[in-house]
Design a protein around this ligand. Structure first.
Ligand code: MSP
Length: 691
């Protein structure tokens, strides 16, 4: 039996409305929960709302409600967000829930009885937005560091938790458990913080200043500090539930948090638990922040992304499911990411419609017309092409869990999409639509459709934690298949399953562009080799959409992959690419890349290379390939340029050509580059250089 899995999201402040940041953590937790259930694990998933504190008290007074009436109302929108995003949480905890209040009081009493809490005078700079005291060095012009809200000087008698007593134990714990805080740069941040002496934690507020909180059981004139109350939700949450073997759910397997609440979770929280004699959570994952079109999201800029609005806007392509997929595919876990319509369009049209949707409709059409809907049985012996596809599926099945274990959902999805591209490449190679025209090729046709159906089934099961409804709908069409434990094994598609006809499950998003932005028709821009003077060195380049047919490690050069590319009318080309540190050979197969196709032949450590594929350098050191959507062989153009590609160019021709990522796509001197009428997408952040 695999280990049980208990995952939490932060509990959200009810004075805010749900936005993309809340949606992201919630979906990430849900995807991890669903993935573990798919692996047969027992799972507990907790989310909820943080309802005490000064901000809530003030907002309620402003709205003319009691604080309780106010939070009853405002917490609803987070529950609604959960429904919208199809979260499978086991409990939606509210810090006003009676069992939570009672538990917090019992922990406080225990700490008081043990002498872990003492009373003392306190003077400090308090920020209402963050519900925190700040030190002088954090303050800029009288404002707090987070949202820049004013701080006020507060002096009062308060209760303190002896946090400083646990500094060394905490340091030891972090040092002895290198994976306790991930990613490692967040761990280093905490270790840096702990190099300074740690003070004690003020855990009370006098009622005359704040009454909307949990009363200290040993002094009725005080309520507890909102973070002391909030953090304990993680223990209260599953207290009423038990694991199958009767044991408690605590400690949590992982707390998912945003990078801004790192100190509260990795310093306050573990020391509180140490003081109370409660085991520590097993891991804490701090993710980055969502920006919008590269800008910080804020109410004043009016660019707050509302999940309900996104779901409405993208309803025709799956609404909330498309949003879930985008959130998981786009954010490199740990790093910041940017939401943009272009980014949504790229994943909806590229990954879902072009890749997954295409496979489904191609296979379904052939099975319905050629085999009356009955999926043919897998043959005993497979052709070389079928074996290669099966091996690709097996390697993705092996790699996906590794990436999920490291919470790299985006990498796991990249692997999954490489399987999708491999299935499409297999379908193009075997061409069932051609085989169907030749009676003597029934055997081959049957093999192509059964092998691709089985790979599609696995692809859908892998996608099911991220797009549960679409995946289960598609699986249901494949003879009532299900995403359940035990299904991630090659060869389980039952013989004789009946493929159903049904609606288009992964439709394309129609993007209406203003006339002026429409790319020129590709045929008017076909390359014409000439010796005329050029306006820009870009005009000399022959940039082509190519598809990776095969990829392998270079025999001796550590950093190189050797790719075999299909470049449409230019035929097949072998290219060495220095990307091995970032992409495995198997992840490259089936992928579309952008090739500089007219460079002089080069020999790289003995292997010939006929061109170069383009990639962008993200500022965080990651490398992102350009991902054109145009058809294989399409020529890349920029409006206003007169393309006159030369031949056998020296690589230096690229030196003066500044290619940049803008709005998620390739641009040259601020103008979008297109190939086959489509932009050339890239997941590197805007401003990254491509070369
Ligand atoms: N109530 C506290 C958490 C208590 S947990 C015991 C809180 N609430 S919050 O509503 O302000 O934030 C909740 C989460 O949203 C945090 O993890 C925060 O990092 C995250 N985000 C807020 N804005 C965000 C983005 N723009 N992008 C991604 N996540 C962000 O803090």
């Amino acid at each position: 039996m695999p280990d049980p899995f208990y995952v939490t999201t932060p509990i959200y402040y009810v004075n805010d409305v749900p936005h993309i940041g809340h949606a992201y953590t919630s979906v990430l937790a849900d995807v991890l929960a669903r993935w573990h259930r798919l692996n047969g694990c027992e799972v507990y998933f907790l989310t909820g709302t943080d309802e005490h504190g000064q901000k809530v008290e003030e907002a309620a007074a402003k709205a003319g409600r009691t604080p309780q009436e106010h939070v009853d109302l405002t917490s609803q929108s987070f529950r609604e967000m959960g429904k919208l995003l199809d979260l499978t949480n086991d409990r939606f905890i509210r810090t006003t829930d009676a069992d939570h209040v009672e538990y917090v009081q019992s922990v406080l009493q225990g700490l008081w009885d043990k002498g872990e809490i003492y009373k003392s005078a306190y003077k400090g700079l308090y920020n209402v937005r963050d519900e925190r005291f700040y030190s002088e060095s954090d303050i800029r012009e009288g404002r707090g560091p987070a949202e820049g809200e004013p701080v006020e000087e507060v002096e009062e008698i308060n209760y303190f938790f002896r946090m400083s007593a646990y500094q060394q134990r905490l340091l030891d714990h972090i040092q002895q458990n290198p994976d306790w805080i991930v990613p490692d740069y967040r761990r280093n941040e905490v270790l840096g913080f702990l190099r300074q002496p740690l003070g004690d934690l003020c855990i009370s507020r006098p009622k005359w200043r704040l009454s909307w909180g949990i009363e200290l059981p040993f002094d009725k004139d005080f309520v507890t500090y909102v973070w002391f109350d909030a953090l304990l939700n993680y223990v209260t949450g599953p207290r009423g539930a038990k694991r199958c073997d009767g044991s408690d759910w605590w400690p949590a397997s992982v707390h998912l948090i945003g990078k801004d609440i790192l100190t509260t979770h990795t310093v306050y929280w573990p020391t509180m638990l140490m003081g109370a004699g409660i085991p520590l959570p097993r891991q804490i994952l701090a993710h980055g922040w969502w920006m919008v079109d590269g800008q910080k999201m804020s109410k004043s800029l009016g660019n707050v992304i509302d999940p309900f609005e996104v779901a409405r806007q993208y309803e025709s392509v799956g609404g909330a499911e498309a949003f879930r997929f985008f959130l998981m595919r786009d954010m490199v876990v740990g790093q910041d990411s940017s939401f943009s319509e272009a980014g949504m369009a790229k994943v909806v049209n590229g990954d879902l419609a072009n890749d997954v949707g295409n496979i489904l409709s191609r296979i379904r059409k052939q099975i319905l017309t050629q085999f009356e809907g009955v999926i043919p049985a897998l043959p005993r012996t497979l052709s070389e092409a079928s074996k290669a596809l099966r091996d690709k599926a097996l390697s993705v099945l092996a790699e996906f869990p590794n990436q999920m274990r490291l919470f790299r959902v985006n990498v796991a999805l990249e692997e999954t999409m490489s399987l999708a591209r491999a299935i499409n490449a297999y379908l193009e190679t075997t061409a069932p639509w051609k085989l169907a025209k030749d009676e003597s090729k029934r055997q081959e046709l049957s093999e192509a459709l059964s092998v691709s159906s089985e790979a599609l089934r696995l692809l859908l099961v892998l996608l099911s934690p991220v797009i549960p409804k679409k995946a289960s709908h598609a699986l249901a069409l494949m003879g009532g298949e299900k995403a359940e434990p035990g299904k991630l094994v090659w060869g389980l598609l039952p013989t004789g399953s009946q493929f159903q006809d049904g609606p288009v499950l992964f439709p394309r998003l129609e993007i209406k562009k203003p006339e002026s932005e429409k790319p020129a028709k590709p045929e008017s821009k076909q390359p014409s080799a000439t010796t005329d003077p050029v306006k820009s060195p870009f005009e000399l380049l022959d940039l082509r959409v190519a598809r990776v047919d095969a990829a392998e490690d270079h025999p001796t050069a550590e950093k190189l992959l050797v790719l075999t590319l299909d470049v449409g009318e230019l035929g097949k080309k072998q290219v060495c690419a220095g990307i091995k540190a970032h992409f495995s050979a198997s992840a490259m197969v089936g992928r579309k890349v952008l090739l500089v196709a007219n460079l002089k032949k080069a020999k790289l450590r003995g292997v010939e290379s006929y061109g170069m594929i383009l990639a962008a350098d993200n500022p965080d050191g990651s490398v992102h390939l350009l991902a054109p959507q145009g058809e294989v062989g399409a020529f890349a153009t920029v409006e206003g340029l007169d393309h006159k590609p030369g031949q056998n160019l020296a690589i230096e021709v690229l030196d003066p050509v500044v290619l940049e990522i803008q709005s998620g796509a390739l641009a040259f001197e601020g103008k979008v580059v297109t190939a086959g009428g489509a932009q050339i997408g890239c997941t590197a952040v805007d401003g990254s250089r491509a070369h």
